[in-house]
Design a protein around this ligand. Structure first.
Ligand code: NAD
Ligand code: DAU
Length: 370
């Protein structure tokens, strides 16, 4: 039972209507099952339909609001008395951070500051035994480490920060603030730095869902640069299980790298998607395989060449390992998109179409179908 100064078993999640957040909320409800409050501004990337299955579930509350709103955050903490904050909310798309960086600084840097500052005041008001168990888990990215050469060792928790895009720099800023709130104030924070996620509910501005939908519809597949940039892919449910593990067993003040041990060049990912869509939906009008839609286009400015995560610390210290191999996870993901045309139509709003037009119109003139 909560006392006046106590916590209860609730967790406060931010950004729980986005891609990873939705998967986290759904898997939390099916595994841990304790009450969860989801604070989400429902930007273009937030979709409450992802969580429609929780309608009427008294354990779940959606609060539409901004993490930059200190009064709202303060009152939520005071009223709901969570034992933990799990912070996903962010602007997350690198290309948008190049086109319009300001929102990234606002939400990722200032928003994280507001949350940390309000969490600190709340934590300081708790009874000692509740202060002991309280956690602030900050979800971050491997992009804060910059880029790797082909033979460099994978990013570890001690790799120096070298962010290259406005998105990565804003996440690095939020990581530093999180660290400072531990070192200066003792707030029991945990930070996770994860590699590229893929799976259901990912907004179709990101590589994998965009390519699945374009392949399905016979549209060009815009591969940036030479297609040989490498990402280390992790199935989203594995990321969610890693977050639950860190929340339960992680040591305050520590950071944990999370990755799938699954480095792939973009062109290989796109080719694999083409083959899966050919298998599941045969019959492109031209009669040619979907790989014929591949179109090399102008590169992303400052495009990081390679990411790879050394996840040995979380494995050794907390016993977490990914369970999904890339080939199976990608098949599940393609099947999910092929079976959720209603979800897709819903997210492809006018604003979405405007973004796609803006991001690809100029690029498309560079390449040419193979
Ligand atoms: P997303 O863009 O799909 O979702 C972001 C969510 O945050 C949305 O629901 C949006 O409405 C919400 N949001 C944005 N601004 C807000 C604000 N000011 N106040 C409240 N809510 C706000 O992002 P994602 O891909 O699910 O990423 C979630 C987190 O994980 C981010 O912090 C991101 O940096 C990190 N991350 C993502 C990946 C990846 O591959 N997608 C990998 C590593 C880390
Ligand atoms: O590494 C973790 C990061 O992964 C997260 O922090 C970010 O939030 C997430 O968006 C993701 O960033 P990337 O830039 O790696 O993901 P994206 O899906 O945008 O691009 C993956 C790769 O594919 C990258 O090398 C750029 C390339 N790409 C992307 C798009 C959208 C293309 O070649 N064509 C495209 O149309």
């Amino acid at each position: 039972m909560a006392t006046e100064m106590g916590t209860n078993n609730t967790i406060l999640v931010t950004g729980g209507a986005g891609f990873i957040g939705s998967n986290f909320v759904l898997t939390w409800m099916n595994s841990v099952g304790t009450p969860l409050v989801n604070l989400d501004l429902l930007t273009y990337a937030g979709n409450p339909a992802n969580l429609a299955g929780l309608e009427g579930d008294s354990r779940y509350t959606l609060v539409r609001g901004d993490i930059c709103d200190a009064r709202l955050v303060k009152s939520l903490l005071k009223e709901r008395r969570p034992r933990a904050v799990v912070h996903f909310a962010a602007e997350s798309h690198v290309d948008r951070s190049i086109a319009s960086p300001e929102a990234f600084i606002r939400t990722n840097v200032h928003g994280t500051f507001v949350l940390l500052d309000q969490a600190r005041a709340y934590w300081e008001s708790l009874a000692p035994e509740d202060r002991e168990v309280f956690r602030f888990l900050h979800i971050s990215t491997d992009e804060v480490y910059g880029t790797l050469g082909p033979r460099d060792p994978a990013f570890s928790e001690t790799t120096p920060y070298a962010p290259n895009s406005p998105y990565a720099a804003s996440k690095a800023g939020s990581d530093h603030l999180t660290r400072a709130y531990f070192h200066t104030f003792g707030l029991p924070v945990l930070t996770t730095n994860c590699s590229n996620n893929y799976g259901p509910y990912q907004f179709p501005e990101k590589l994998i869902p965009l390519m699945i939908l374009n392949a399905l519809e016979g549209k060009p597949l815009p591969v940036y640069g030479d297609g040989k940039n490498v990402r280390d892919w992790l199935f989203v449910e594995d990321h969610c299980s890693a977050i639950r593990t860190v929340l339960e067993k992680g040591n305050p003040g520590e950071t944990y790298n999370i990755g799938g041990n699954s480095e792939k060049a973009n062109i290989d990912v796109v080719t694999a998607i083409c083959n899966l869509v050919d298998e599941m939906r045969p019959g492109l009008a031209s009669g040619r395989p979907r790989t014929s839609l591949i179109n090399y286009v102008a590169d992303r400015p400052g495009h990081d060449r390679r990411y790879a995560i050394d996840a040995s610390k979380i494995s050794r210290e907390l016993g977490w390992k990914p369970s999904q191999v890339f080939e199976d996870g990608l098949r599940r993901t393609v099947e999910w998109y092929l079976n959720h045309s209603g979800w897709i139509e819903n997210v492809r709003t006018l604003a979405y179409r405007g973004w796609i037009e803006k991001n690809y119109a100029e690029r498309m003139t560079v390449g040419g179908a193979q």
